[in-house]
Design a protein around this ligand. Structure first.
Ligand code: PRX
Length: 619
């Protein structure tokens, strides 16, 4: 374990309003010895926004350095924002939030696409000590409502609409639906701040905070509805806001943000990270894992709605005074050249993406990659799921032209930053493996509002240890190989989903009596959802029903949870005590007749029926 002394030295590189008075680290990881707790630098006070912006501008003289090159969904929609500009906007928006009555400890929900205002919004929350709870803009209104309610957010920040590839997402409409649902559940959110993003050009302020030429849009503007008394335009509030704002000095152990992650019971867990430890951890892992140098142009393709975006789009790079690319679009729009043309355009040196994106692009062959120079690339990173050797080799040989080390970073929402990773240039690489790094100040401190769930989920299985929920194998050379989840979680395109949440979305449909969902191998997504549904009497299985069920899941959870297969299951294999045997269902889905011991199945005839009615193609 890396000592508190090691982190103590790192802490000296940051600004502390008051230094740590007492023990640098106190913790209990052992449930048999009492309550689980972790405290790094308790009693010290600081502000993460001050550390990542004010210090870079004032002390390190990085005010004119570009913090983000923003690349919109449409090629040609671009802007950039310097550290100084970012600081000014964050101060303005902090003042806006304070004026709306937001105080230290309040929760603010953020539901936005990848635009500079998203970064501004989260940093403004951090500046005034409010907790941001960012909900990925691909989630449904129901998911947003559930998250707003769970942490009783007093304010929502959203956007009129945006394009994701060719698809128009009317985000304001989804936000309105979510707030309506909150209202129905007796939780009225009092204020919704809306960024005019798609309608930005008509404001005559360019497509960006830094006044670059107005964007040309071929698409018609969407109509959005407006709720008087609740909705406020971001740009109007910003015009009136002062550009200086004293940060709120927070205890190192004060919460910084909540980010929801799927839990095996089906209800998402609000993972809580704290100010001091998270700051040290993301700054340090960013610096070493990506071998950061001042002249780097870093690009993490993850959305800020996920932990990878929190840690390695916003906080980690900014803490190091780095220049990053902030990308709104997708790898295949307008075509599969997009990522590599952006790499060349900004001379990206460090590139961080997910195996699912690599597998997707691999399908289109080498040419779209090799016709771009990519000479600037130095380090490649991957995250989100185990990377298969084939994808690793393509990434290394084709994308990195065999000269860029690959950092396969294993970590989780809960860990705040990287846990297992090779260090570039220092660790001989093996495809698909990850090397243990060290324990960490960035570990989550609790599940929001439910400390017991925190203890049960992560600490009860092996007393004395934090359990990630993943299987792992260590080879003769000491390399760790993550073998996948050991619980009822599924990893679809690098996103964790619980079988329970998809099943409950299915059974909410009037035709479904029972549902069982298992993971199934998929060439691009890594894993996809294969669902077995037992219908209620009087309902028949049909393509129309399949479509309805998919729609239901999209509405309850979001498009990422859309199943690839739905099979009619008049009966499900169960133990005599009534437990569904997912192990058997997984084999059925894969047409693998080697079922192992099935002596506990209550009605074995169910199995042969399911085998003979398997879904053969993606629906
Ligand atoms: O199962 C592991 C897998 O993703 C899970 C964490 O998911 P989430 O909290 O959404 O965070 C994803 C981004 C950090 C882990 O428990 N996972 C993540 N990275 C890897 C991985 N599995 C294997 N190799 C990785 N590099």
């Amino acid at each position: 374990m890396v000592s508190a002394e090691f982190w103590g030295d790192i802490a000296k590189e940051f600004y502390w309003k008051t230094p740590c008075p007492g023990p640098f680290l106190r913790y209990n990881f052992d449930v048999t010895k009492g309550k689980i707790f972790i405290e790094w630098m308790k009693g010290a006070s600081t502000n993460i926004c001050y550390n990542v912006l004010d210090r870079n501008v004032h002390e390190k003289k990085l005010g004119d350095k570009v913090a983000f090159y923003w690349e919109g969904n449409e090629p040609g929609e671009t802007t950039q924002i310097t550290y100084h500009e970012l600081l000014v906007q964050v101060c303005q928006f902090s003042n806006v939030l304070r004026k709306q009555g937001i105080q230290k400890g309040d929760r603010v929900a953020i539901y936005m696409p990848m635009i500079p205002e998203l970064v501004v919004a989260m940093l403004a929350c951090a500046r005034i000590g409010a907790l941001h709870s960012i909900v990925f803009a691909g989630f449904s209104s129901e998911s947003l409502c559930e998250r707003i309610l769970d942490s009783s957010c007093s304010l929502l920040i959203t956007t009129d609409a945006f394009y994701r590839g060719e698809k128009l997402v009317n985000l304001k409409e989804l936000a309105d639906e979510a707030l309506q649902k909150c209202q129905e559940k007796d939780f009225p959110v009092r204020c919704c701040i809306v960024v005019k993003h798609l309608g930005r050009a008509e404001l005559g302020m360019g497509d960006s905070p830094s006044q670059s030429p107005p964007i040309k849009r071929s698409c018609p503007d969407v109509q959005i509805s407006w709720n008087q008394g609740i909705d406020l335009w971001w740009h109007e509030l910003m015009q009136e806001a002062g550009d200086e704002c004293e940060p709120e000095w927070c205890d190192a152990e004060d919460p910084l943000f909540i980010l929801y992650t799927s839990g095996s019971t089906g209800k998402p867990k609000g993972v809580v990270h704290t100010v001091g430890g998270y700051m040290l951890y993301v700054a340090t892992t960013f610096k070493y894992v990506f071998d950061f140098h001042a002249e780097d142009v870093f690009w993490c393709t993850a959305d800020i709605g996920w932990i990878t975006g929190h840690s390695y789009v916003t906080y980690g790079p900014l803490a190091n005074g780095a220049t990053s690319v902030l990308f709104e679009g997708i790898p295949t729009y307008p075509d599969v050249n997009r990522l590599w043309s952006i790499v060349d355009k900004y001379k990206v040196t460090k590139f961080y993406t997910a195996p699912t994106a690599i597998r997707l692009l691999m399908k289109f062959g080498d040419e779209p990659v090799t016709k771009h120079s990519r000479a600037s690339l130095q380090v490649l990173g991957t995250v989100g799921e185990p990377i298969n050797p084939e994808a690793w080799l393509w990434y290394h040989q084709v994308v990195g032209a065999q000269r860029c080390p690959i950092v396969d970073t294993f970590w989780q929402t809960e860990t705040g930053g990287h846990m297992l990773t090779p260090l570039p240039g220092a660790t001989p690489m093996k495809p698909g493996s990850a090397v243990f790094k060290q324990p960490w100040p960035g570990i989550m401190r609790t599940v929001y509002g439910n400390h017991e769930r925190f203890e049960t989920t992560y600490f009860k299985k092996f007393p004395g240890y934090y359990v990630t929920g993943d299987g792992c194998r260590r080879d003769q050379d000491g390399y760790y190989w993550i073998t996948g989840r050991i619980d009822d979680m599924l990893n679809v395109s690098g996103h964790l989903l619980s079988t329970a949440e998809v099943e409950s979305a299915l059974v909410e449909h009037e035709a479904v009596a029972e549902a069982a969902v298992v993971g199934h191998p998929h060439p691009v997504k890594g894993e996809c959802l294969y669902c077995f549904v037992t219908l209620c009497d009087g309902h028949t299985f049909s393509p129309k029903l399949t479509e309805e069920l998919k729609k239901q899941i999209r509405e309850k959870i979001g498009p990422i949870a859309t199943p690839d297969y739905i099979q009619n299951a008049p009966g499900l294999p169960k133990t005599r005590s009534g437990k569904i045997m997912r192990r058997v269902l997984r084999k059925i889905a894969q047409n693998d007749h080697d079922l192992g011991d099935t002596s506990t199945v209550a009605d074995p005839s169910v199995i042969s029926h399911l085998f003979s009615h398997r879904c053969l193609t993606i629906q």
